[in-house]
Design a protein around this ligand. Structure first.
Ligand code: PGA
Length: 271
């Protein structure tokens, strides 16, 4: 497929927008349940054109899942073990997650990569385990400020992708969302410019195109994460190739999160 034809295919491809709320190590049981109920009841009244997923802390998964109606908002976990079971104190397996109603999982979040020292190889093992277990997965990738300043951003993200997708079959791509989350934008209030986001998303889609094929690349959802807030979500979601977002801080306020979810509706054909 020529470059021009590829660009046209992407432009006409309909990718369902995705918005995830990553609560990180926040909320308590009561506030988590109340937040989930508020989001679930109000989003269910809206149209079901966006995949909305909440990622509460492990101990609250079951209660949050019960607080939701089982409608259009899904339940996700922030991490999983790369192993199926066994003597691994503190770990949580994919089977345990599905057992309590989890259907999505985050893998390779930058806080796990950088603060908890998870290398690409561990991320790849977790990614493989999540896929094998039938979970839908958000794979997070992104460069640090130092890597960007050194002109290494594409190289770093490329290495993260190469390692993660090494063992992934083309059939699994439908259950995968890639989150481009530049580390310098996470929790900092600094948002990537539309130009930076467009360029990074193009690189990522280009990687999937060469690893698999251009049609599969045109179909995979790539979302942006890093200081997303109601004030600029619409701008970022209208960037070509940005199919929604992964939201941290702003996902802890129902109004802010719902506003971001509504903004994603404009990106129904983000191309
Ligand atoms: P933030 O976090 O929106 O608070 O920057 C995003 C993320 O870490 O997924």
């Amino acid at each position: 497929m020529t470059r021009a034809r590829f660009a046209r295919t992407i432009a006409t491809m309909s990718r369902r927008p995705f918005v995830g709320g990553n609560w990180k190590m926040n909320t308590d049981l009561a506030t988590g349940v109340a937040l989930a109920q508020a989001i679930d009841s109000r989003w269910n009244q809206s149209q079901d054109a966006v995949d909305v997923v909440l990622f509460p802390p492990f101990p609250y998964l079951q209660a949050v899942g019960r607080a939701m109606s089982g409608g259009v908002v899904s339940l996700g976990a922030q991490d999983l073990s790369s192993e199926a079971n066994g003597a691994l104190t503190g770990e949580v397996s994919a089977e345990m997650l599905t057992d309590v109603g989890v259907t999505w999982v985050l893998v390779g979040h930058s806080e796990r990569r950088h603060k908890l020292c998870e290398p690409n190889s561990v991320v790849a093992d977790k990614f493989a385990m999540a896929i094998e277990s039938g979970l839908s997965v958000v794979l997070c990738v992104g460069e640090t400020q130092a890597e960007r300043s050194a002109g290494q951003a594409n190289h770093v993200v490329g290495r993260q992708l190469k390692s993660a997708f090494e063992r992934v079959s083309p059939e699994s791509l439908a259950k995968i969302v890639i989150a481009y989350e530049p580390v310098w934008a996470i929790g900092t209030g600094v948002v990537a410019t539309p130009h930076d986001a467009e360029e990074a998303h193009q690189e990522i889609r280009g990687f999937i195109g060469s690893r698999y094929d251009p049609e599969l690349a045109a179909g995979i959802r790539i979302v942006y994460g890093g200081s997303l807030a109601p004030g600029h979500a619409k701008t970022l979601f209208s960037v070509p190739g940005v199919d929604g977002g992964l939201v941290g801080g702003a996902s802890l306020q129902a109004n802010d999160f719902l506003s971001i979810c509504s903004s994603a509706m404009i990106g129904i054909v983000a191309g």
